[in-house]
Design a protein. Structure first.
Length: 378
């Protein structure tokens, strides 16, 4: 019992500055020594919130489903991907101008729409794709498709050109494709939510929760063992797999009979072994909790040769993680945060941008948060 308490407590390492109410522009949250490593310290200063108008239309369809976001250094703008399954419009990403500086976040403007094409050069057919993440890489734009366990459609990571045409696909390792008897493979709607590209060009793709063969989904008392695939960015071949320990669900549903969940919804690389992860939970009647963790892959066990984590007797060292920000704890009310980017504002300020997927629902928001990165490991 004491060991469990100490493990949980180690994820909450915020300095006294975290007591400042973060809805005030300039309030700062600092994690000085995640994992006890003071060289990995990070400090984030709140720059504000912006919500797109509820009736905002994008090429004749409601703007929504913002599930991935990345910064384009060459233009100073951002690209965002929608998780619309080619139902409200063709599967797509588009560019954004995010008006943010050290003085605050003041606006978001939607620019061009780019249609994603399949291997044959056609737009994806309705319900034949589920885009969830997007990153700029050396040879194009990387994006993740969650797949569909109900129809036995496997997830994938592909590279597209700036105009949306197919370039290549990364290899899916064994054990990830869905199975009809649910003995192995991805769970429905819990596959490739998170994608990161490192400075060296390698790629990480993360599952929202455990594969069937690796154990259960998160609950109110236990977490879940998600796998993160490490790809060679040049060859597209898997190099390793690591265990990311998704936290237990932090909030019971307050609506009678309501459900709740928690999962890894996004990640971004700081260097070749440190990343920031977003865990996003939902409880009916309460709403969302969103927590950011720094993770360190150094010394984590390569589990690519272990068919089932639940049945293995091998010693496994998971990815280390340390909490760096809890949006609820600092006074914010996040929606369904699924996007994260690190960029530069027009005044040179280093910024961290978070964005919510509104699920094309009138009760949810196209919400953006911005933080100035005042200190970081790189």
């Amino acid at each position: 019992m004491l060991g469990r308490f100490l493990m949980t407590a180690s994820f909450v390492i915020l300095s006294s500055t975290a007591s400042v109410h973060a809805t005030e522009i300039g309030a700062t949250v600092e994690t000085r020594c995640p994992f006890g490593d003071c060289a990995a310290g990070i400090s984030l200063s709140y720059l504000g919130e912006f919500i797109m108008p509820a009736d905002y239309m994008e090429n004749g369809t409601p703007l929504g489903g913002l599930s991935g976001l990345d910064f384009v250094a060459a233009t100073g703008r951002y690209i965002a991907i929608s998780d619309d399954r080619s139902e409200k419009g063709p599967a797509r990403f588009f560019d954004l101008d995010i008006d943010v500086s050290g003085a605050g976040l003041t606006g978001v403007t939607v620019g061009n729409r780019i249609v994603l094409e399949d291997k044959d050069g056609h737009p994806f057919a309705p319900r034949n794709v589920d885009p969830e993440s997007i990153r700029i890489g050396r040879d194009g734009i990387y994006w993740g498709n969650e797949g569909d366990a109900k129809t036995l459609a496997p997830p994938f990571v592909r590279v597209t050109s700036p105009d949306g045409t197919f370039v290549r696909a990364l290899k899916l390792p064994d054990g990830f494709a869905p199975t009809s008897d649910k003995s192995a493979g991805i769970r429905d709607n819990l596959a490739f939510e998170a994608l990161a590209v490192t400075p060296s060009g390698d790629v990480f793709a993360g599952l929202e929760a455990a594969l069937y063969q690796d154990g259960p989904n998160p609950s109110l008392t236990t977490g879940s063992l998600s796998r993160i695939i490490h790809y060679d960015g040049t060859t597209g071949e898997p190099k390793a797999e690591y265990v990311y320990p998704v936290s237990q669900i932090p909030q019971v549903a307050t609506k009678a009979g309501g459900g709740n969940d928690n999962g890894l919804s996004e990640m971004i690389a700081l260097d070749d072994h440190r990343l920031i992860a977003v865990e996003r939970s939902f409880a009916q009647g309460f709403g969302n909790n969103v927590t950011l963790f720094m993770m360190d892959l150094a010394d984590a066990t390569d589990v690519s040769g272990i068919a089932s984590l639940a049945k293995s007797d091998e010693r496994i060292v998971p990815i280390r993680k340390s909490q760096i920000l809890d949006l609820r704890a600092i006074g914010l009310t996040p929606d369904n945060i699924e996007s994260m980017a690190i960029g530069k504002a027009k005044d040179g300020t280093d910024v961290l941008i978070l964005a919510a997927d509104n699920n094309f629902s009138g009760s949810q928001r196209n919400q953006f948060y911005a933080f100035q990165i005042k200190r970081s490991p790189w």
